[in-house]
Design a protein around this ligand. Sequence first.
Ligand SMILES: NC(=O)c1ccc[n+]([C@@H]2O[C@H](COP(=O)([O-])OP(=O)(O)OC[C@H]3O[C@@H](n4cnc5c(N)ncnc54)[C@H](OP(=O)(O)O)[C@@H]3O)[C@@H](O)[C@H]2O)c1
Length: 317
Amino acid sequence: MKAAFVTEPDATDPAAAIRVGELDTPDTPDGWVRVDVRAGALNMHDLWTLRGATRRPHPGPHVLGSDAAGVAEGRDVVVYPVLPTADGRAVPHATLLPDAGHGVLAEHIDVPAGHVVARPAHLDWAEAASLPTAWLTAYRMLFAKAALAPGQVVLVQGAGGGVATAAVSLAVAAGATVFVTSRSARKRERALALGAAAALDTGARTPQPVDVVIETVGAATFEHSTRSTRVGGTIVVCGGTSGFTANLDLTRLFAREITVHGSTMGSLEEFRALLEFVTEHRLRPAVDSTVDLADVSTQAARMLAGTAFGKLCVRVA
Ligand SMILES: NC(=O)c1ccc[n+]([C@@H]2O[C@H](COP(=O)([O-])OP(=O)(O)OC[C@H]3O[C@@H](n4cnc5c(N)ncnc54)[C@H](OP(=O)(O)O)[C@@H]3O)[C@@H](O)[C@H]2O)c1
């Protein structure tokens, strides 16, 4: 089968470490199901794998990818990308499929049988493949961590990211007023088209203090996140694209009684709830672009350049 994989990570030029070629199709373990993949999507996690900074369970070719949609036993499905724990529980911070040697950027993959959920019928394959990591992460941040309620005000930092674009669409659909920040005028325009009420230059003052901040940018925006949060508000952090060490003014934290949550991926129940929410509200993930599997390294280069708006997708079949 054709797959995108890494054999020799490259810390300085991760996109150059991607190989696309033929690998043996693995046997399907008991209790798992075969998925014929139609589309996948890239995440920052894949770049860390290409850099050699994530777990590699075996020395051979390591198939990339956590996000896939395809056909399993005649059904169109989306793959939940977190493995169950040893005692069979699906918890958000367990191991991602690629970190256990089950990357999904391949023509045929095997996943635990309960880890496929019906594809929302209004989505094409690339849109469906955008949901497992970025959209699930945004869903948990907004609804499980921040307990977002209709009418609340949300600030989403770094408007173009996969998690950020998901957070804008989900929060708008949930009845929130959404402000975004971006360094790019083009991305600010596109965020307004997704339903944001205001799109600000990175670091600019928000029209009003916000109830919830969705923070994926990290070092470059965290101080602005605390500055923008109302008394009693919530900041939810799932990543730090610009750096993981941020300035934190503790005075602001305690004087405003701000709650800061860390968040990672989401549970299988949240994944099912996400797909229902997406179906009910007819949401369509923002897809920056889709390329053939053979060209996946161009998507990694785009991710490194930080120019994308929405998910960087890959056509597998
Ligand atoms: N914990 C989890 O489960 C989980 C899941 C998914 C992702 N993540 C993490 O979440 C983060 C976001 O990932 P993503 O794929 O959604 O998006 P991404 O491609 O990493 O980019 C997010 C945004 O970061 C902004 N940005 C980057 N450098 C910046 C800088 N120096 N100053 C200001 N803004 C900057 C860009 O915004 P503008 O260009 O618009 O300014 C970009 O649109 C990553 O760190 C990823 O590892 C974590």
